[in-house]
Design a protein around this ligand. Structure first.
Ligand code: ADP
Ligand code: MG
Length: 559
């Protein structure tokens, strides 16, 4: 029985094992090490995970979900073709797929895993990650912090067992910068800073906006599918700029094109670089370190592969970042090493900064300029030391209002809608003139990262009323029976069988291309898809194999 390591990412997930004390990356059924963290349900109710699901995100958005890691530990529900799933249930499908791939690769049953989580994950989010493991039939031996895993990889590869690391993890939708110390078998996260709305996706978007401006189109008014198509093309273009200095963005369906190179991209990303710089400064300041005291900069995450990012870091920090491994595999390798350590029953201690509140917590107040876009009123500031309790006062904004909804938000954005909603408390109030209600709102955050919000109507001191909400454990956690029941239910959703994966992949890619092309090319795609369907219906394996080969060649040519 093997223990595996899993990097359960927002955009991509990876699985690794340990052989002869070294971490080995485990490929998925399509041969790649990265499995997109996307889940989709097909017409037969089968679940597909990874590249096929990512194609379906464009062609069947209503049956697909991505980026659910952002909502781990919240009450958000995703609907796939009419079926409801929590973020941990969607994650469990990804884990199930990775477990299956690992079992096939290792040739033995896998029952245990070490999974990495962001250092700032609170108790709830960590619990939800473990629950996802349970739902996938994996015992989660332990959770490891992503920057700790990255530092471990760096120390093993450089051969320097010890040191201070600046871990720069730039993924698809998040940037996490951490200062990590590794001494005497203890990995300590000294400071974390991040922007959970900044990632490779933003580079795709700036390219898309520039493309639209170039062609006098309005980016905002593109419909959902067009936007998705364009963003995909931009992502491809951005990735091409990693291995070559210039390329061309071609939007077949709209018959539009634009040349782009790294210099242009650097200019387009100026705003994003400013935000990156802010995050690094905060991490260094919070750690009370200077760059001179950092032994190595560890590049992590797919977006760290961008030459413009590496160059920016080099000029900004006046130091060349080390390249210990492919940035998108650094965390997965680290968890693989951990898994090996576990197998040998040895240990490394992993200390986190659990004693600060990593995000600002607050509530909504009226935005008189735009009623649908409430403004965030901070109650507890980021980096408050735990345990912590803060009180603020609020009032009614309209005459004769009978209810006040106190939303609970987490994040650093000015508008509530850009922050993460954790919950809400609805308070009935007596109808009075605007500004007369006296509402006391108290946030209490304990050492385990459990948040309690209490709202008290103090308008009439003789009749004070209080409502309370605990945003953590109990109301978000399943009881043992519920967990068992949900496990049974989830078992009825079958993962797509490995055998048909290539056909599914080609079909999904064809359907996406059909949505993205027009005219002659579109007809070519349609014809190809028709031929494949015929071969499937005729159960003619030889013909099917020939069709698939032909289709792949055509699709490659179209892209
Ligand atoms: P996460 O940790 O958020 O799951 P990853 O570390 O896998 O994500 O990073 C995904 C991001 O990396 C995506 O935005 C993707 O476009 C970007 N990316 C991957 N490869 C490259 C590349 N060669 N050049 C530029 N960006 C890349
Ligand atoms: Mg990651």
């Amino acid at each position: 029985m093997a223990i595996i390591g899993i990097d359960l990412g927002t955009t991509n997930s990876l699985v690794s094992g340990c052989r002869d004390g070294r971490a080995v990356m485990i490929p998925n059924s399509l041969g790649g090490n990265l499995t997109p963290s996307v889940v989709s349900m097909d017409e037969n109710g089968e679940i597909c995970v990874g590249a096929v699901a990512k194609e379906r995100l464009v062609s069947h958005p209503e049956a697909s979900a991505a980026s659910f890691k952002r909502y781990m530990g919240t009450e958000k529900v995703f609907t796939l073709a009419g079926n409801d799933f929590t973020p941990q249930e969607l994650s469990s499908f990804v884990l199930r797929q990775l477990k299956e791939d690992a079992e096939r690769f290792l040739g033995e049953e896998v029952t245990e895993a070490v999974i990495s989580v962001p250092a700032y994950f609170n108790d709830n989010q960590r619990y939800a990650t473990k629950e996802a493991g349970r739902l996938a039939g994996i015992h989660v031996e332990r959770l490891v912090n992503e920057p700790s895993a990255a530092a471990l990889t760096a120390s093993r590869i450089s051969g320097e067992e010890e040191g201070s690391y600046l871990v720069f993890d730039f993924g698809g939708g998040t940037l996490d910068v951490s200062v990590v110390d590794y001494f005497d078998n203890v990995i300590e996260i000294v400071a974390v800073s991040g922007d959970n709305r900044l990632g490779g996706d933003d580079f795709d978007e700036v390219i898309a906006r520039s493309f639209c401006a170039h062609h006098q189109m309005d980016y905002e008014s593109l419909d959902r599918q067009k936007k998705a198509s364009l963003l995909r093309l931009c992502e491809k273009c951005k990735q091409e700029l990693t291995s070559q200095d210039e390329t061309e963005l071609v939007w077949e369906a709209e018959d539009k094109r634009m040349p782009i190179n790294n210099l242009v991209l650097a200019g387009l990303g100026q705003n994003l670089f400013d935000r990156i710089s802010h995050v690094i400064d905060t991490a260094l300041r919070d750690s009370a370190r200077t760059m001179e005291e950092i032994d190595e900069i560890v590049l992590v995450g797919g977006s760290s592969k961008m030459p413009v990012v590496a160059l920016y870091l080099q000029t900004q920090l006046n130091r060349k970042p080390g390249m210990v491994a492919s940035p998108d595999e650094v965390v997965a390798m680290g968890v693989g090493i951990y898994a090996g350590i576990k197998e040998r029953k040895a240990d490394i201690r992993d200390l986190v900064l659990t004693d600060i509140c990593p995000f600002t917590l607050g509530t909504n107040v009226v935005n008189y300029a735009d009623n649908d876009n409430p403004i965030m009123s901070a109650v507890m500031e980021r980096n408050s030391v735990l345990p912590c309790s803060k009180t603020e006062w609020y009032t009614n904004s309209c005459d004769n209002q009978t209810i006040i909804v106190v939303g609970i938000y987490q994040g650093e954005s000015f508008y509530c809608n850009d922050n993460l909603k954790l919950g809400a408390i609805e308070m009935d109030i007596a109808p009075v003139r605007a500004g007369r209600t006296r509402l006391k709102v108290r946030f209490t955050y304990d050492i385990n990262g459990i948040l309690e919000v209490e709202v008290t109507d103090c308008t009439n001191p003789a009749a004070e009323r209080t409502k309370r909400k605990v945003l953590a454990s109990e109301n978000l956690r399943l009881t043992e029976e519920e967990l068992e029941r949900r496990l049974e239910e989830l078992r009825t959703y079958k993962l797509m069988p490995r055998g048909g994966i290539r056909v599914k992949m080609v079909m999904a890619r064809g359907e996406r291309l059909y949505a993205q092309t027009l005219g002659y090319r579109r007809q070519e795609v349609a014809m190809m898809l028709g031929q494949i369907q015929q071969a499937i219906a005729g159960r003619d394996d030889r013909q099917l194999a020939a069709c698939l080969k032909q289709a792949e060649a055509l699709f490659d040519q179209l892209e």
